[in-house]
Design a protein around this ligand. Structure first.
Ligand SMILES: [Ca+2]
Ligand SMILES: [Ca+2]
Ligand SMILES: [Ca+2]
Length: 341
């Protein structure tokens, strides 16, 4: 009658062997994704068949053996029944490693590969790139044969690719001069809210007023803790208000008047400026449907250059989206930012 081998008796023996701590390989069914936030990382994975419990191990060094979780630096072990876990009280900028184990009430079913994530005060934008390249051509569909794991194959440009709110993964909202959120098809706006980073950006004007896109400023920061050892140069010459054409004077003038209802505008850091560079563009390296005011120039950051007190960082939105250090007495464009700190 019975033609089959006694399979049912065999499987529990194997699983018992596994659950006693003998090595089992990580398995494809348990793929963990990490989302970073301010001092936190949220892990998420799909439910594993037959699993009703999960254990999460995280540490500040890579986890080669999840069963030894507590032996790794910062090793922490947590048992949960859900398929998502928010881990808080982490240190921003520090790299953490995570591994998840799936089990039921009797046995370990398997575990994920180790992934890493770095919590940070604000989320990062992706690059805007949605096409792949090989050794010869750009703008190819992904994947490109023989050239795996390209920028366009990961990040929010892939997971949140919606051109209706800014190119690919960029997610912008137009803001009126009275601080009101506007629809994407609005034709007049004064500021842009970046919904990924949480930063709000100044949109320039072309009316010869305070915000005119053609004005240029020298770099000046009177606070010693922020200027890298030298305050810079006060007398830039091309902002329509003689004697006030430096970055500090411009910030003060805008905050005295207010812009989009706010008075806490500041010069962006280099990292903040780089967050709105759209690397899919060839010439003007920003989403011009939200920032139509862009001028072909370098934009000042608030970041002093550590190797030379006379210099600070600029970001080139004109041709390549690169950052450069340059002398504080040069005149460059400014786009103010607020929030995020
Ligand atoms: Ca990407
Ligand atoms: Ca988008
Ligand atoms: Ca103008």
């Amino acid at each position: 009658m019975s033609k089959c081998p006694p399979v049912q008796a065999f499987i529990p023996a194997v699983l018992l062997f596994v659950s006693l701590g003998y090595p089992i390989t990580s398995f494809a069914a348990l793929v963990v994704k990490a989302t970073t936030g301010d001092k936190q990382v949220t892990l998420q994975w799909a439910k594993v068949k037959n699993a009703n419990n999960y254990s999460v191990c995280y540490a500040t060094q890579t986890i080669t053996d999840i069963n030894n979780c507590l032996n790794y630096t910062g090793g922490t072990w947590q048992d949960i029944t859900k398929t998502t876990l928010k881990i808080g009280n982490l240190i921003n900028g520090k790299k953490y490693y995570f591994r998840v184990l799936a089990k039921n009430s009797i046995i370990t079913l398997g575990f994920s590969k180790t992934i890493s994530a770095i919590p940070q005060a604000y989320a990062l934008n992706d690059t805007g790139l949605t096409t792949c390249s090989d050794g010869v051509s750009n703008n190819l569909p992904c994947p490109a044969n023989g050239y795996p794991n390209q920028d366009a194959q990961s990040g929010s440009d892939t997971t949140q690719n919606d051109n209706g709110n800014g190119h690919a993964g960029f997610d912008f909202t137009k803001i009126s001069s009275a601080s009101k959120a506007l629809t994407a098809n609005s034709t007049s706006w004064s500021c842009i809210k970046d919904n990924v980073t949480g930063l709000m950006w100044e949109v320039k004007t072309d009316d010869n007023g305070l915000h005119d896109k053609n004005w240029r400023y020298s770099w000046y920061e009177p606070y010693d803790t922020k200027n890298g050892g030298y305050a810079g140069y006060q007398n830039g010459s091309t902002c329509g208000t003689p004697g006030a054409c430096n970055t500090d004077a411009y910030v003060k003038a805008v905050n005295t008047a207010g812009w989009c209802g706010y008075k806490d505008w500041r010069i962006p850091s280099k990292a903040e400026l780089l967050s709105i560079v759209d690397y899919s563009q060839l010439n003007i390296m920003i989403d011009t449907s939200y920032f139509p005011d862009i001028v072909s120039d370098w934009f000042w950051s608030s970041s002093p250059y550590a190797n030379d007190v006379n210099s600070a960082w600029v970001v080139n939105f004109n041709t390549n989206g690169n950052d450069y250090s340059t002398y504080k007495n040069h005149d460059y464009a400014v786009r103010l930012v607020r929030g995020g700190q």
